[in-house]
Design a protein around this ligand. Structure first.
Ligand code: ZN
Length: 442
C-alpha cells in the first residue's frame, strides 16, 4: 500500500508487537522510519522527530527533515512506521573484553581450571557468546588480548562471509609484556624476540588488528595502590608504538598507577586502558595528544560487590571505594576537559560477564557523574571515531552499517533502560531483545 498513512506506535506499548511490524529491509526495499528521538553517537544534543532510511546493508539517510525523494522507496510519501515514543541509537561498541575468559565465574579455582583447557576448547566456549552479544545490541567488540588466539579466531570468523549472527570483532592476539611480570595469562614476552619491532611484526603476522601492551602491573587491592614498578620504560613503549604505527596498527596500553601512565603517555599510545590513579595533568596531555581513555570501572566495582566471596575485609573494601571515587572524579574531569572517553567493561575479568556487564559499566559511568548522553556517546560514536575499526558502525550516519537499537524505554532518562526489552536492527533484520538473557557461559 504505497500511499497509505504511516502506522503509528505510541510510546511504551504493552508489548513490542506493534513495532515488530517494522519490515525487514532489503537492498531493493529500504525501510523509512520516523522516531521521537535520534542519538547519532557523537552529537551532544538529541535530534527530535528524526527520519532514517536504511537498507539491509547501510544507513542511506538520517536527519530532522524528510529524506530526499531519490532515497525514498518508490511511490511512498510517508515513513513505513512512525515511532514518536521511541529512541533510536547506534549499536553499542564494547571496547575492552577478553573472549578467552568466562567473566561471570567468581570462583577463583574454577577460573584457574577453565584456563587449563585447550585453545580449541576456549574458542568453542567463546563462540556462543557472540549471538548473545548481538541480541543485546552490541555490534562491535575490541578484544583486549589473549595468548590462546581466541580473539583472533573470532575476528577471522567475522571476516568469513558465512558467519553466524555476531558483532564485528577484532583482536590484538597475545598482549606484550616482560617475562615474569604481570599479564602472563594473556601476554607473551617481548624477550621472545630480538627487538620490539620483531615482536610487533610477529603479532601483525599472526593477524593482530592492533597491538596490546602491558607496561604496568595492577592495583594491589590489599594495599589500595599500585605497588610494583612499571614493567616498561617510556622508550620501550615508544619503540613498540613506532613499530605498530609503521605497520598501520593502533596501540592499546594496560596502565594503572600514575608512574606507569606517565610512561605510556610519553610513549605515545592510542589508548590508556583502566588508568586508575591518573592525574589531572595527565588527563590534559591525553586530551592534547588525542589519547583515548577506557576507564573500566566494572572489574573493581565487582570486587566490592562480591567482597565476601573474594575474602576482602572492611579495610580492603574502603580502599576499593576510595579508588573508585577518585576514578569517578577523574572521569567527570576528563569528559569536561574534552578527553575522548570510550566505554569498555573488561569483560572476562572476575565477575564481569560478557555483554550483560557492559550495561553495568555504562551504569557505573553514569553513577560516576556523566550524563546519560555522554555515556551513550562513549559507548558508540567515540569508539567508532577513534579506534579505527575495520567496519563502519557505532554512528547513525549515511554509509554506516544498518545496526542500531530502537527502544521505548528512554535511555536518556537512565542508561539502565538499555537492559529493558528493545529492538535490535542488525543488517536490516529486526531482532527482539528481551530483558532476560541467559547468563550461562558469559
Ligand atoms: Zn583487560
Amino acid at each position: 500500500m504505497p500511499t497509505s498513512e504511516p502506522r503509528i506506535a505510541r510510546s511504551a506499548p504493552a508489548s513490542m508487537d506493534e513495532t515488530l511490524r517494522i519490515p525487514e529491509a532489503t537492498r531493493e526495499r529500504p525501510v523509512w522510519l520516523r522516531v521521537g528521538t535520534l542519538l547519532d553517537g557523537v552529537s551532544t544534543t538529541p535530534l527530535k522527530g528524526a527520519h532514517i532510511v536504511y537498507d539491509n546493508r547501510r544507513i542511506l539517510f538520517a536527519g530532522a527533515n524528510a529524506p530526499p525523494r531519490a532515497l525514498v522507496p518508490e511511490g511512498r510519501g510517508a515513513p513505513d512506521l512512525d515511532l514518536p515514543g521511541f529512541t533510536l541509537l547506534p549499536g553499542l561498541i564494547e571496547a575492552h573484553a577478553h573472549f578467552f575468559l568466562e567473566g561471570g565465574e567468581l570462583d577463583l579455582e574454577k577460573r584457574a581450571a577453565y584456563l587449563e583447557q585447550s585453545a580449541e576448547r576456549l574458542l568453542r566456549l567463546a563462540v556462543p557468546r557472540l549471538e548473545k552479544l548481538a541480541r543485546l545490541g552490541i555490534v562491535g567488540v575490541r578484544d583486549a588480548g589473549d595468548k590462546h588466539g581466541v580473539g583472533l579466531a573470532l575476528s577471522k570468523l567475522y571476516a568469513n562471509g558465512d558467519r553466524p549472527l555476531m558483532p564485528y570483532v577484532d583482536s590484538p592476539g597475545a598482549a606484550i609484556h616482560h617475562r615474569g611480570r604481570y599479564g602472563g595469562f594473556m601476554a607473551e614476552a617481548i624477550e621472545d624476540f630480538p627487538s620490539p619491532a620483531a615482536c610487533v611484526a610477529a603479532r601483525v603476522a599472526a593477524g593482530a588488528h592492533r597491538i596490546k601492551i602491558i607496561p604496568t602491573g595492577i592495583i594491589n587491592f590489599k594495599k589500595g595502590a599500585v605497588t610494583t614498578q612499571p614493567q616498561m620504560t617510556a622508550d620501550e613503549v615508544r619503540a613498540l608504538v613506532a613499530s605498530a604505527q609503521s605497520l598501520g596498527r593502533q596501540t592499546l596500553a594496560h596502565a594503572s598507577g600514575d608512574e606507569g601512565i606517565e610512561r605510556v603517555l610519553e610513549g605515545g599510545v592510542d589508548s590508556v586502558e583502566h588508568g586508575f590513579f591518573v592525574r589531572d595533568d595527565q588527563l590534559a596531555r591525553m586530551r592534547d595528544r588525542g589519547i583515548a581513555w577506557v576507564p573500566t570501572f566494572a572489574p573493581v566495582q565487582k570486587q566490592i560487590d562480591h567482597a565476601d566471596g573474594m575474602g576482602w575485609d572492611a579495610g580492603v573494601v574502603s580502599h576499593l571505594r576510595r579508588i573508585l571515587a577518585a576514578h569517578a572524579a577523574s572521569l567527570v574531569k576528563a569528559h569536561a576537559m574534552g578527553v575522548t572517553v570510550i566505554a569498555g567493561s573488561d569483560a572476562g575479568s572476575v565477575g564481569v560477564a560478557h555483554g550483560i556487564d557492559f550495561f553495568y559499566e555504562l551504569e557505573l559511568m553514569e553513577r560516576a557523574g556523566l550524563s546519560a548522553l555522554a555515556v551513550l556517546n562513549a559507548a558508540t560514536g567515540a569508539g567508532s571515531r577513534r579506534l579505527a575499526f575495520g567496519e563502519r558502525f557505532g554512528r547513525i550516519e549515511p554509509g554506516f552499517l544498518s545496526r542500531f537499537l530502537l527502544t521505548c524505554h528512554a535511555p536518556l532518562e537512565a542508561v539502565s533502560n538499555l537492559r529493558k526489552p528493545k529492538l535490535v536492527v542488525f543488517d536490516g533484520a529486526v531482532l527482539e531483545s528481551g530483558a532476560n538473557v541467559d547468563p550461562a557461559g558469559l
